[in-house]
Design a protein around this ligand. Sequence first.
Ligand code: PLP
Length: 388
Amino acid sequence: MTNFNTRLVHPPVQDDNNTGAVNVPIYQATTFAFPSVETPGKDDYSRSGNPTRRALEEQLADLEGGVAGFAFASGMAAIHAALAIFKRGDHLIVGQQIYGGTFRLLHQFFQRWGLSITTVDTRDLEAIAAAIRPNTKAIYFEPVTNPLLHVTPIKAVARLAHQHQLLTIVDNTFLSPYLLRPLSLGADIVIHSATKYLAGHSVVSAGAVIVNSQELAQRLYFIQNALGSILSPTDSSTLMLGIKTLGLRLDRQMANVKQLIHYLRGRPEVQQIYYPGIACQPGYPTLHQEARGAGGVFSFELDEETVDPVKFVNSLHLFKLAVSLGAVESLVELPSRMSHAELKPAEQRAAGIKPGLIRMAVGIEDYHDQLADIQQAIKHAHQSKEEL
Ligand SMILES: Cc1ncc(COP(=O)(O)O)c(C=O)c1O
């Protein structure tokens, strides 16, 4: 087996490309002719199987170390498909700080279909154990949460899950298989919003599910074909293009994060930094054991007495004010007013989201320019307060 960075560039060999094309061709076809009634070809209809999508799906399975991968039209479509393996009456234990869209899907969609859900802080194994019921079927969580970057130990959770015959489902969007491979730590299903780090350029919405057994693969294939929220051949190709540079991008992003944190730690306006890649952080020991790095997202709290957080984010130029993450461009958001605005102030406080909390998804630009942008925005946010 070749090394991971090589496998990013070269997906598992496809046997139906006779042209020598160095990239998997885009098979822009919805249907495929049968050689004869008696001998159908490998594919008959693109929802059920498309060679471009299959190349991507095999690569996703390979990178995550799974048995099979499935590509979807968005991260939410992938999560919908993964959770559709459950049935009325099943109970799920779900991480307290999961992505808001996943929370909405669980509470406003799956609960209507008879799934019950208990949310717990998955860093707390005793809390997970206490939430297990006779009808519990799975534990679902994000190993690094948004925006406070809490770290859940996958190995320990998966061990507990297996003791109770539960599935472990991990949303690996934030770290990607370059940094973290949950299946190798005992998880059963890995999910991605491939829109983020896997694709990496803010140009494609995509999702992925990777499973660790043939049995789960069959269930997921049935659901993918039945629901039909597949990734198009063009977007599959775009995603494979993004995957080629996953390692390069993340290396640069993490190096940039470290430089920016180094600067922010020395600033009197910054009260708290959240990034489990630095040794003093509570999530560091677990992350250090289970992952190769902490990724390109970090958060920090500005002292509202000194600087105006709204003015700060509005004053950034290089960091675009946007809610996504994982791309080559640097993005910034104010969780209390943007990604978590749906929560009431008391709920935000309970979740640890203060008005001064800033989340940055750091891109691959030169960090000197990123730093200069942050410096001028802090200055600007100061001045505006002093003017008041
Ligand atoms: C951790 C996580 N999972 C899932 C999703 C949903 O993915 P998508 O927006 O591609 O549907 C997101 C989106 O932000 C996310 O951050």
